[in-house]
Design a protein around this ligand. Structure first.
Ligand SMILES: Nc1nc2c(ncn2[C@@H]2O[C@H](COP(=O)(O)OP(=O)(O)OP(=O)(O)O)[C@@H](O)[C@H]2O)c(=O)[nH]1
Ligand SMILES: [Mg+2]
Ligand SMILES: [Zn+2]
Length: 295
């Protein structure tokens, strides 16, 4: 029985089996993890780059080593994420910017640059949302999975990256990915159906290679409940990059940028330099952090 050593990336984990796309040519191997990992409390994650010993007769084997991660998310459980595409739709369902901004804050906290994807622009232009997010300095794109508008522009931004698609159920994540990946046939669902059934069309996370081979994307079940509670309230303003030009000019060193009289952020808000909805989200997150601290 000949064993070969391969290096590759975990694309899927199901019932203790991991599916690994080898770095040379993308062949898929089915592997288990060495018992040692469990003893050390390490769980291999989708996105991990691993070394495996493969039995060349059966193409199955064991993960022997997990290479160092750049980061890892808890929900969805994915390692080495380089971008988070935060998707919302202009209508049906209508945007919940508090939810969007929580995802943005979570991404910033993890040190991962978000891409704001405003979908279903065939139904309404979404220009006001584009202004909010591009104005705040984020990579922002208006697109339609229905007509294909700007899907190629998004595709370009994903090259060389491992991108997680996040956002509420029904906003069109799977529909966008079906457009981007020629091989994908992800299940999509009617928005009304899913509200009645109270469940999501997409159930698990799987890494899918981009058509060109350079880059991966992950569809996720609609989620919005990233918690920002492990962020300190003093750190929060640093996660709102559009506040940065002003925070040094606040009257108090410990300015919370919520109510203070001599606050440069509030002044910028008044002058239209910072958007209302982003500042509302900031205040809501600030309040939530304080509330969760009280016991
Ligand atoms: N008009 C229009 N409808 C769209 C667009 N993108 C998606 N839809 C529709 O929106 C519904 C939901 O799309 P999905 O792709 O399943 O949404 P999802 O974000 O993957 O939802 P979950 O998997 O539940 O998280 C489907 O009926 C799609 O056909 C778009 O750009 N325009
Ligand atoms: Mg989906
Ligand atoms: Zn201030």
């Amino acid at each position: 029985m000949a064993t070969i050593e391969i290096e590759g990336r975990i694309t899927k984990g199901v019932g203790g089996f991991y599916y690994i796309a080898s770095s040379d040519g993308g062949k898929i191997y089915e592997c288990r993890a060495r018992g040692r990992f469990r003893k050390e409390g390490i769980t291999p994650l989708v996105g991990d780059v691993v070394r495996c010993g493969i039995d060349s007769a059966s193409n199955t084997g064991l993960i022997s080593e997990i290479l160092p991660r750049t980061n890892s998310l808890i929900r969805p459980p994915v390692a080495n994420v380089s971008r988070i595409a935060i998707v919302f739709s202009v209508i049906n369902p209508k945007p919940n910017l508090f939810t969007v901004d929580k995802l943005v804050t979570s991404a910033m906290y993890a040190g991962i640059k978000p891409i704001i994807c405003i979908n279903k622009t065939d139904l309404s232009s979404g220009g006001e949302y584009y202004d909010i997010y591009s104005g705040a300095g984020f990579d922002t794109i208006c697109l339609s999975a229905e007509t294909g508008e700007n899907v190629d522009k998004l595709n370009e931004m994903l090259i060389g990256e491992l991108t997680v698609f996040a956002g509420n159920s029904g906003v069109g994540k799977s529909s966008i990915l079906n457009r981007i990946l020629s091989r994908a046939e992800l299940k999509t669902g009617e928005v009304s159906d899913r509200v009645e059934r109270g469940r999501h069309t997409t159930r698990h996370s799987e890494l899918m290679p981009l058509d060109g081979g350079d880059g991966y994307i992950i569809d996720t079940p609609g989620f919005s409940s990233f918690s920002v509670t492990d962020i300190d309230e003093k750190e929060l303003c640093a996660l709102f990059p559009e506040f940065a030009p002003y925070t040094d000019d606040c009257g108090f060193r410990d300015c919370s940028h919520t109510v203070e009289k001599d606050c440069a952020v509030l002044k910028a808000l008044k002058n239209g330099k910072i958007s209302n909805s982003r500042h509302e989200s900031y205040k809501a997150q600030y309040k939530e952090i304080l509330e969760n601290k009280q016991y």
